[in-house]
Design a binder for this molecule. Structure first.
Ligand code: URA
Length: 234
């Protein structure tokens, strides 16, 4: 791919604007040599105004989604994309959230521009555990773990029962729930089905990838080992 298109696709500007960056000598290699639009250079060797380029297509980000932001491209309030550099919202191919977390759910959210990878992670057939910690309004009754594991729990307005899910009791009103599906408001609806109410919900892991070392609102790019962890149960 021509360098102008490659850099424009990363969201640094239109092709015309990127061509202007070349003319201004702002695109160099690591030794400081000015690059030209027709040069053949490895992505990792290109600097823009002295800084390495963002990762190429195939990028995967892990974000600690804070409360109060929406997993949507257009919404009246704050969006997860507002937490990233503005150019990330205009990359080609587009960066999408891997599934969604509700506005009032915090925790591990993946974003990627790799559609095939996204579907491999969210497909119920892939059986990748999404692990949540929930604070509840009422004490647990004691029968929830068996019901959630049974594979027979039917939520309102659903046609199929839920696949078995694992509940670990962490305290009278605290639980960890691991689900392999991603139905609408699934965790909140599961606890509602047993007469409870989720007061706070936080996703701690997807597969074997845990949310560690990121404060709310912080994010990082994942490498191949991190991505492999998603597919290997922790
Ligand atoms: N289940 C929910 O109810 N909400 C989320 O954000 C994720 C799973």
């Amino acid at each position: 791919m021509k360098l102008v298109r490659l850099i424009a696709n990363l969201g640094y500007g239109s092709r015309k604007e990127v061509a202007q960056l070349f003319r201004a000598g702002l695109i160099t290699d690591r030794s400081g040599e000015v690059l030209y639009a027709d040069d053949q250079v490895a992505h990792g060797d290109i600097l823009l105004d002295g800084a390495p380029l963002d990762p190429p297509a195939g990028m995967v980000l892990m974000l600690h989604k804070p409360l109060g932001v929406t997993c949507s491209r257009k919404d009246a309030g704050r969006l997860v994309y507002d937490l990233l550099p503005p150019r990330y919202a205009v990359r080609t191919p587009a960066l999408s959230t891997v599934g969604r977390l509700d506005r009032d759910t915090s925790g591990l959210l993946l974003l990627t521009d790799d559609g095939a990878l996204l579907h491999r992670i969210i497909s119920p057939r892939a059986q990748i555990a999404k692990v949540y910690e929930a604070s509840l309004a009422q004490d647990l009754r004691g029968d929830e773990a068996a019901l959630f594991a049974s594979g027979s729990l039917m939520l309102d307005s659903e046609k199929e029962p839920l696949a078995p899910a694992q509940l670990d009791v962490l305290g009278p009103r605290q639980a960890r729930l691991s689900i392999a599906e991603g139905r609408y408001h699934q965790v909140r609806r599961m606890f509602a089905a047993v007469g409870n109410h989720v007061e706070a919900l936080h996703r701690v892991a997807i597969g074997g990838l845990r949310l560690e070392g990121l404060a709310p609102g912080q994010w990082c790019a994942l490498d191949a080992d991190d991505i492999a962890r998603v597919f290997n149960a922790g």
